[in-house]
Design a protein around this ligand. Structure first.
Ligand SMILES: CC(C)(COP(=O)(O)OP(=O)(O)OC[C@H]1O[C@@H](n2cnc3c(N)ncnc32)[C@H](O)[C@@H]1OP(=O)(O)O)[C@@H](O)C(=O)NCCC(=O)NCCS
Length: 189
């Protein structure tokens, strides 16, 4: 089922569809090795044209009903500071995988927590999801902290699940169910 175009507003942020004009900004922020090294989804080095190609491919995921990726923008003056997504959406199982990154100058201000909480809520309320899962490389405690703050429960570790840039990575697996999310406190740190 096609996923509608969405813009989500939170206290400090606007989550909106990416535009081709965002490409330079994405290249600048996602091109930072400190951002890329914690994911298998962001290439490094981040070459010219990669951001344009990624942005141009996003509507196809929405059309196919398999993914929704949104730019995280500061409400105050509007720059893109990161990305948040629900991917691998499986309508028959009503589940999806949460993904995210925030540009380094904006870390540790609660932006990822605010953005992911809002998108997960959108997934449950508007997309009818029942389960949202997420994975982080084990040596990335900030990511695990974000997931815990939005009410996700750690379910286990997928040992050496990915071979990324020559190194096997253990993946910590988290998930939250619609019934649990509704009960979670909205601003627990
Ligand atoms: C992980 C990431 C998205 C977090 O974004 P953010 O906007 O800084 O996250 P928040 O500010 O909402 O929350 C970060 C939390 O991690 C904590 N934290 C930061 N560094 C930490 C560390 N080394 N060890 C433990 N906790 C840490 C912060 O203190 C904060 O928790 P608190 O609110 O309890 O103090 C960001 O660091 C990032 O993009 N990293 C690179 C890409 C990446 O890891 N993507 C996710 C792949 S799974």
């Amino acid at each position: 089922m096609k996923i509608p175009v969405a813009t989500i507003r939170t206290e400090r942020l606007v989550l909106r569809p990416f535009r081709l004009e965002d490409a330079m900004r994405v290249q600048e922020l996602a091109g930072d090795a400190a951002v890329a090294e914690m994911t298998d989804a962001i290439p490094h080095p981040y070459e010219d044209g990669m951001a344009e190609e990624w942005i141009a491919g996003l509507p196809a995921g929405r059309e196919a009903g398999t993914g929704l990726a949104l730019a995280i923008c500061l409400k105050s003056d509007g720059p893109v500071i990161g990305a948040v997504s629900l991917g691998s959406i499986r309508a028959e199982h009503r589940c999806a995988v949460l993904g995210y990154w925030i540009g380094r100058p904006y870390w540790n201000k609660g932006y990822c927590t605010e953005a992911t909480r809002a998108l997960v809520e959108y997934g449950f309320r508007s997309l009818g999801l029942n389960r949202v899962q997420a994975y982080h490389f084990e040596p990335n405690p900030a990511s695990g902290r974000v997931l815990a703050k939005i009410g996700m429960r750690r379910e286990g570790v997928l040992r050496q699940h990915l071979l990324v840039r020559g190194r096997f990575q253990d993946l910590a697996a988290y998930a939250v169910l619609a019934s649990e999310f509704a009960d979670a406190r909205p601003a627990d740190g």
